[in-house]
Design a protein around this ligand. Structure first.
Ligand code: ADP
Ligand code: MG
Length: 680
């Protein structure tokens, strides 16, 4: 080992390292753990940090300690470094762990540098490099994490520098363009030829997400169509700049997701929605068509029903006409025969009277038919004032009495018919007693006809709400559905020549005329019940409906007859003259006015006028008389016409329906007749 003082003398220009104290002071100036060793390996000087880090025995003299021990904490490498420079190697640095102490964060790392200081001394410094090493480790970790992230992400990721050079990309990106990986964003743009889907046009280079990011913008979810691996793909592109501490853009991150499949799905969903909408529209269209069809069918059906109705109405009218014709012919036959025979036996007064009787009888049968048909036809309500208060119980009782002989006769001929009366004390209504009686007669007649083997006829009267009701029930044969359907039609009968078919038609017409209804329930083999419902009236003095016409006392009167029908006019004149009246007869309104005008001296007592006249209506004449000679009484003769059926006499004293019955006419002339509307 060299003598330090000799060394100091030999190299006065170098630091006096040979002086251990000075050498130590020099070492203390270094920011590292540092030590001088003699080339022989003995420790020459060491600074404070060196004593701390290296293995230095403070109690032993320094030269007795060799570097192989002193540098143990740095491992064999440090001693090898010193040996190297001692042998003439260039000074080198090595980063080595310092095992001397353990730190919480890990092993301390030092940069170990060995240099040959002079011929005798070698210098070793160990500078703490832990901080720098930590930084490097952290950066490496970030790198590792980032690349793991880039590998794992389903997206394509590229990182560019500020010039647009692609400095990093992940596996996805590399797979997309395996043969010519783009080196720049420009190359990428040329390869992929992006198409802007939202605006449906090619995307310019400056608008490419990478360029926008490098210009400082953030791009989110821009949909583009790009060419990759020879196919068109749809991507959603994201891009963002990244900046240094001074906020300058130094690069960009580009990321995109392949959404081709998603877009296809979306499109399928849209298409399906579209198809469903179309389907819905079609369904609603078809529904509309169906509704239209239903409407059309209903219209057609309604038309058919109307046709049916019309047909049935026409059939009923035809039946009515045929019935009337039949009955009129039946009435006319004997009249014509009698008239013919009259001529041949005109010289025999007995024969004349006999034929006259036959003629009258036949005419009366015809008139009866006409009036029964009339009761069906005339459904206009009875005029208030033309009616009277009635008790249905009393009327029904009357009718049962009236039909007693018929019932007895039937009972003796075939089976016994029992009568049951179920009457409430007073069942009040208003109406024409003659008509109601007629209706009930028809019902009793039908009930008796329906029970050829006998049975029970029950007559009931009762009130129900605002109705006054009377019903006739039998335990007879009942009606089939077809008969029930047609029973009310005039001339419909199942009784052949014994039936007229007018009974129920009359009942129907009478019910209507009294603002009521006639309803029927019938079960074949069990019986039938027909019910008349009329408006109930507050009970009044029961009317004596059996009162009637006293024989007329006829005083001679002066009468003006207005009738255009020659025969009718002549008959009327003769009848009146036969009764002792003085008669003028004319055929027109004009003639009548003339007669009335020049009769101031001896005015007529009465004018009898027809309604249908060649130059006007009889009703006008009535008005004329009322205005000019009010003292003259007026009687109107009519076939049948609506006005006459309302029960109003329109200023006339009485209204008579043709064919005229002489007795009725006489009663009216005598001023004792029943009210105009009830005359039948
Ligand atoms: P007619 O008695 O002259 O036949 P209607 O008009 O009184 O005429 O009756 C018409 C038809 O109704 C009868 O022919 C009969 O078939 C049926 N009819 C009416 N009343 C009854 C009843 N009480 N029981 C069974 N059938 C009846
Ligand atoms: Mg009958």
């Amino acid at each position: 080992m060299a003598d330090p003082s000799a060394m100091d003398q030999a190299r006065p220009s170098v630091p006096r390292a040979s002086d251990p104290a000075r050498a130590t002071a020099l070492l203390e100036a270094l920011p590292s753990a540092a030590a001088f060793f003699l080339r022989s390996g003995a420790l020459y000087a060491v600074n404070t940090l060196g004593r701390e880090w290296f293995v230095v025995d403070a109690r032993a003299p320094l030269p007795s300690q060799s570097w192989s021990v002193v540098l143990l904490p740095l491992g064999a490498a440090a001693a090898a470094l010193l040996a190297g420079v001692a042998a003439g190697d260039a000074p080198t640095t090595q980063t080595l762990p310092l095992n001397r102490e353990r730190r919480a964060a890990g092993v301390r790392v030092v940069d170990v540098r060995a240099v040959a200081f002079d011929e005798e001394l070698l210098l070793l410094t160990a500078t703490d490099a832990t901080a720098r090493d930590d930084q490097q480790t952290a950066a490496a970790r970030v790198d590792r994490e980032l690349s793991a992230l880039l590998t794992l992400t389903p997206a394509t990721v590229r990182i560019t520098d500020v010039t647009g050079r692609i400095v990093q990309s992940n596996a996805h990106a590399d797979l997309e363009h395996p043969t010519h990986p783009p080196a720049t964003v420009r190359a990428l743009w040329e390869l992929e030829a992006p198409h802007d889907i939202a605006n449906n046009r090619p995307l310019s280079f400056l608008d490419a997400p990478a360029m926008r990011a490098l210009a400082g913008h953030v791009v989110r979810q821009q949909r583009l169509e790009v060419r990759r691996l020879g196919a068109q793909r749809v991507i959603e592109s994201f891009a963002a700049p990244f900046r240094n501490e001074r906020q300058e853009v130094v690069g960009a991150v580009l990321l995109d997701l392949d959404v081709t499949d998603r877009q296809r799905l979306e499109r399928q969903v849209q298409e399906r929605a579209g198809r469903e909408a179309a389907l819905l529209e079609q369904v609603s269209h078809e529904r509309a068509q169906l509704e239209h069809l239903v409407e059309e069918r209903s219209r057609a059906l309604a038309a058919v029903q109307e046709d049916n109705l019309r047909e049935r109405r026409l059939a009923a009218v035809g039946q009515l006409a045929a019935g009337v014709m039949h009955d009129v012919n039946n009435a006319l036959n004997p009249i014509m025969a009698a008239a013919y025979l009259l001529r041949h036996h005109a010289e025999s007064p007995d024969a004349v009277r006999d034929y006259a009787d036959r003629i009258q009888k036949a005419a009366e049968i015809g008139a009866a038919t006409a009036s029964r048909v009339g009761r069906f036809i005339r459904q206009q309500p009875v005029h208030a004032g033309g009616d009277e208060a009635l008790d249905l119980s009393a009327l029904a009782d009357d009718v049962l009495d009236l039909t007693e002989p018929m019932r007895l006769r039937r009972s003796s001929e075939s089976g016994e018919i029992h009568i049951v009366r179920q009457f409430e004390p007073t069942v009040s209504t208003r109406g024409l007693p003659g008509e109601i009686r007629e209706a009930l007669l028809n019902l009793v007649q039908n009930a008796v006809d329906a029970m050829p083997e006998g049975g029970t006829l029950t007559a009931r009267t009762f009130t129900e709400g605002s109705d006054a009701c009377v019903s006739i029930r039998d335990t007879g044969v009942g009606m089939s559905a077809e008969v029930r359907e047609r029973a009310f039609e005039p001339f419909f009968t199942t009784k052949g020549s014994k039936g007229s078919g007018l009974g129920l038609a009359e009942v129907y017409g009478i019910a209507r005329r009294h603002r009521g209804t006639a309803t029927m329930s019938s079960v074949p083999g069990r019986g039938t019940e027909v019910t008349l419902r009329l408006p109930r009236a507050v009970s009044e003095e029961p009317v004596d409906t059996t009162a009637h016409v006293a024989p007329p006392v006829v005083a001679s009167q002066r009468i003006l007859v207005v009738e255009d029908h020659d025969d009718g006019r002549e008959f009327l004149r003769r009848i009146l003259q036969a009764d002792g009246h003085r008669v003028d007869a004319v055929g027109t309104c004009a003639d009548a006015r003339e007669k009335l005008a020049c009769s101031e001296g001896t005015p007529y007592d009465l004018m009898l006028t027809d309604v249908g006249l060649p130059d006007g209506s009889g009703w006008d004449l009535v008005q004329h008389v009322r205005r000019t000679v009010p003292a003259v009484r007026v009687g109107v003769l009519t076939g049948w016409e609506p006005l006459a059926d309302t029960g109003e006499s329109h200023g006339a004293e009485f209204v008579l329906r043709k064919p005229l019955r002489a007795a009725e006419l006489q009663a009216h002339i005598a001023g004792r007749a029943v009210p105009a509307s009830t005359t039948e």
